[in-house]
Write a new protein. Structure first.
Length: 249
């Protein structure tokens, strides 16, 4: 999926929010569905830490962790408005947690809630918070929390941000995006699921990747074939000779 040049606005996020709410309603028993609707209403009215903590913390217990079914129409609708974002493998509790955070329409309040929850969130809760980034109103503080997640040594947390998530390609500056790619290589995480990778390729990233390749070859370590498509367009003839391009095949 190609990366859209225009960042999503309120309309796109609202459409995806409605799709996810519909998916949850179909996937949950009546009592669980009503509980979640009540929690969303409570959070929207109170906008308090207490209401967020109670609803966020009880999602797994009250809703379960099973994976809901998405129709093809629903998947197309999500990809139309937030292209590259994939949530079809998430449990109902993770989707519910994303919707709780997305109910904050003020970017400052939303970022404050994400920052606060991340301080005590377990890995499962962190995955929901980070995977939900495209659904949230962006802000500088929210981008800082994303950067914190990318420094995580927990590969699942890193991949929740880096894989099938268009938010980094939309909002990270070149320096931070380049380091996301390098971190993926460092922890042996695939590059292919990084949304917008080809569009965000740049000369500085190529230089860093080639230096990484030199270091790995010097240490008799393998080099991922996923590195080369990002580097080759920016390589000089001397660099092509240096690396003997048959290694890119």
């Amino acid at each position: 999926m190609s990366l859209q040049t225009k960042h999503p606005g309120d309309r796109e996020r609202e459409r995806c929010t409605l799709v996810l709410q519909t998916v949850l309603k179909s996937a949950l028993p009546l009592e669980a569905s009503q509980w979640f609707s009540d929690q969303l209403a409570l959070v929207a009215i109170e906008k308090s830490n207490r209401s967020v903590d109670l609803s966020f913390g009880f999602c797994t217990r009250r809703l379960g962790k099973h994976t809901p079914e998405f129709s093809q129409l629903q998947l197309r609708e999500l990809d139309k408005h937030l292209p590259g974002w994939q949530v079809k493998t998430l449990g109902v509790d993770a989707i519910a947690r994303m919707l709780i955070i997305a109910s904050f329409h003020d970017a400052t309040q939303l970022a404050a809630q994400v920052s606060r929850l991340l301080k005590h969130a377990d890995v499962h809760e962190q995955l929901a918070l980070y995977r939900g980034l495209p659904l949230y109103k962006t802000s500088a503080e929210l981008n800082d929390r994303l950067a914190d997640g990318l420094r995580s040594n927990v590969s699942d947390v890193f991949n929740a941000i880096a894989h099938h998530n268009p938010y980094p390609a939309w909002y990270l500056d070149t320096h931070r995006f380049n380091h996301l790619v390098l971190k993926a290589l460092f922890i042996d995480s695939e590059l292919a699921p990084i949304v917008g990778l080809a569009q965000r390729a740049n000369e500085e990233l190529a230089r860093m990747l080639l230096e990484t390749a030199r270091e790995r070859y010097a240490a008799s370590r393998s080099v991922s074939n996923e590195l080369w498509p990002l580097a080759i367009p920016f390589m000089t003839n001397a660099q092509r000779r240096e690396f003997k391009m048959e290694k890119a095949s």
